[in-house]
Design a protein around this ligand. Structure first.
Ligand code: UDP
Length: 363
């Protein structure tokens, strides 16, 4: 059967850590939205199953009640798998099981054990988009086992991310993309820096705050407060830093504010799987200063669209801030247009999904 021409019926299973649209799901929320819009544009049909309160304009969403899943990034390496009582994850996948015959494929956006474990028990194939690097031994094992039996069903965002899973060799890396036309190029920035992320310890906001304090360049902070205690600690510790919390903005508002900044500081302590905010900044013409690890390492063009600095070195951030005008804001926008368009991602995405459907129809 030639699947190339076939339009797919797809069920997207969202993250169970938060409602879609809340911001607490992190980059997965924008990724799911972009995947859905691009695949719909290509004629595929998408339905979404997600926790209660989830919204995505233009798509049917089956909302599921239940207790949200604990985010994997808060777990220690040797923690066991935890499913809360009345688990929304469990009920989302129970729903997926009962409706699976209406779909060609289920796309899993959850970084959780259950969907990986369930893969061989479903009659329909499950495509797994792995959205974070290795965090726990239990998840590593679930991912490795799926890789062993159904290697075609796994996709990662970056090589740096995939390399954190020791058993994964020659992974499929999709990168990521944004709807470039929704981001305005800004040629003349104000004298401010940007930091855009969930406010949580793994993102190390304090490093950007110290760099802002030492250079005297104001720092605009955008993002959901994931850990209120952590945010309070930063405010208490650096009361005189020239920082301003701008809230969690819609993409439209975010790009307008972000575009006015001289640089985006990316300071994660962990291996960022990709870092959507990096390509959002580039699309606005904003160069990136990032620690040299994880996804941003594969995005930044040294000296042209940003600087990669020694991980966890605030001095490195400061040195790069001093050189930021060497980067060309037009080159940033051009890189985003060339490498991170939804059209290019859509080709990779479709090829992956067709390959899974094809593999299943042969066996
Ligand atoms: N974001 C947003 N509004 C804000 C700040 C952030 O919509 O005010 C979004 C941003 O577009 C990105 C996500 O939050 O998609 C953060 O994702 P990223 O991949 O950078 O990190 P994650 O939270 O997944 O670790």
């Amino acid at each position: 059967m030639n699947n190339e021409a076939k339009k797919l019926q797809l069920l997207f299973a969202s993250t169970p850590v938060a409602a879609l649209g809340s911001g607490l799901g992190g980059g997965v929320e924008l990724t799911l939205k972009n995947f859905a819009e691009e695949l719909q544009r290509r004629g595929h049909q998408i339905k979404i199953v997600a926790p209660e309160g989830s919204r995505l304009q233009g798509f049917p969403v089956k909302e599921i009640e239940g207790s949200l899943q604990i985010a994997a990034q808060t777990q220690k390496r040797d923690n066991p798998i935890i499913l809360p009582e009345n688990s929304v994850l469990e009920q989302m996948w129970d729903y997926a099981r009962t409706v699976q015959d209406r779909f060609d494929l289920i796309v899993n956006f959850a970084y959780d054990w259950l969907p990986f474990y369930l893969t061989p028990f479903f009659t329909r194939p499950i495509a797994h988009l792995v959205s974070m690097g290795s965090l726990t031994t239990a998840m590593d094992r679930a991912i490795a086992e799926t890789w062993r039996v159904f290697p075609e069903t796994l996709a990662f965002h970056s090589h740096a991310q995939a390399e954190t899973f020791p058993e994964i060799v020659n992974p499929r890396c999709l990168g990521n993309a944004i709807a470039i036309e929704k981001y305005q190029f800004c040629e003349q920035p104000d004298n401010t820096l940007a930091w855009v992320a969930r406010i949580a310890p793994e993102k190390a906001l304090e490093d950007a705050v110290i760099a802002s304090q030492k250079t005297g360049i104001p720092l605009q902070i955008f993002g959901k407060i994931d850990r209120q205690d952590y945010w309070q600690q930063i405010q208490d510790r650096y009361p005189n830093a020239p920082i301003k919390y701008q809230g969690f903005l819609t993409t439209e508002e975010l790009q307008a504010q972000l575009g006015k900044c001289r640089a985006l500081l990316m300071t994660p302590r962990w291996i960022e799987a990709f870092g959507n905010v990096a390509i959002e900044a580039l699309a606005c013409g904003v160069p990136i200063i990032a620690y040299k690890r994880g996804g941003p390492r594969e995005i930044v063009r040294e000296g042209q669209t940003g600087f990669l600095v020694e991980p966890d070195s605030v001095e490195g951030l400061i040195a790069a801030i001093e050189r930021i005008d060497e980067c060309d804001r037009h080159a940033c926008r051009e890189q985003a247009e060339r490498e991170y368009s939804l059209k290019a991602l859509g080709d990779r995405l479709e090829a992956w999904l067709y390959e899974i459907v094809e593999a299943r129809s042969i066996t």
